[in-house]
Design a protein around this ligand. Sequence first.
Ligand code: NAP
Length: 285
Amino acid sequence: MAATIISGTQISQEIRQDIKQEVEAMKAQGFQPGLAVVLVGDDPASHVYVRNKEKACHDLGYYSEVHRLSADTSQEELLALVDKLNKQDNIHGILVQLPLPKQIEEKAVIDAISPQKDVDGFHPINVGNLMIGDESLLPCTPAGVIEMIKRTGIEMSGKHAVVIGRSNIVGKPVSMLLQRENATVTMCHSRTANMKELTQQADILVVAIGRANFVDASFIKPGAVVIDVGMNRLDNGKLAGDVDFESAKEVSGPITPVPGGVGPMTITMLMKNTLVAARRAHGLK
Ligand code: NAP
């Protein structure tokens, strides 16, 4: 039987419809969620990401500010802007687009963003709260992975989830969130021995390694859910996931494509986080 394709594009649209309605209700009460995006330098991919975020704000009725700073901006100048945005009442979320030019220390900037406005979920306070299960802003891509699994009606409780990749932005938080959903989680990385033996036991396999088409059908237990976080630009300009989709879908259960899988969920979860931050700032549940 052909595997079900989990469409991040479609799930994203559903979530955005819900967000739109809530924004309208908020506006009727005199509030509007506000997102500030800061871009430093000329990285072409970052410019595309920032434009997409600006468009999402426009489509959903958010107040938005985009600050485009030159590549030679100093750390002090950037921190001064973050400080200003931290104090602005009409801004509920601040996103500083990474990577930053080399004269700026990323950690200093992430640490300077108010945890209540840290809609990327990268601030140590939010990371710590995720770890201990307290209220926090969740990192967007991992939150998107969980939301996709939930909205596809897949039960996580009691399942064996295997995550390949242990980065701070994807692998580690996605593992914590799967555990929060009562899955039993195995984390794999570049030093894992006999990785296939582990992945072949996975009911849910999440792949976030940054190597095009690395995971083929031989890694996958028949019927397993496969979530591909990878976004790799091939020499021919095409985007490829970390999973060899054509091979994997022959044995897997529900599976995400690239593009059109996890990618669209990331911006949508950013918008959701901004809404959550705005709600909290106004004392709304
Ligand atoms: P990263 O920081 O480079 O981390 C890669 C992880 O994969 C590391 O933990 C590494 O292990 C592990 N790894 C690398 N090669 C491996 C191998 N052969 N076998 C097992 N594990 C291996 O990457 P990332 O930031 O997590 O991103 C991963 C992928 O997701 C990239 O393609 C990225 O573009 C994509 N991504 C997509 C989105 C989205 O919105 N869809 C968002 C973020 C990232 P070690 O720790 O041992 O080095």
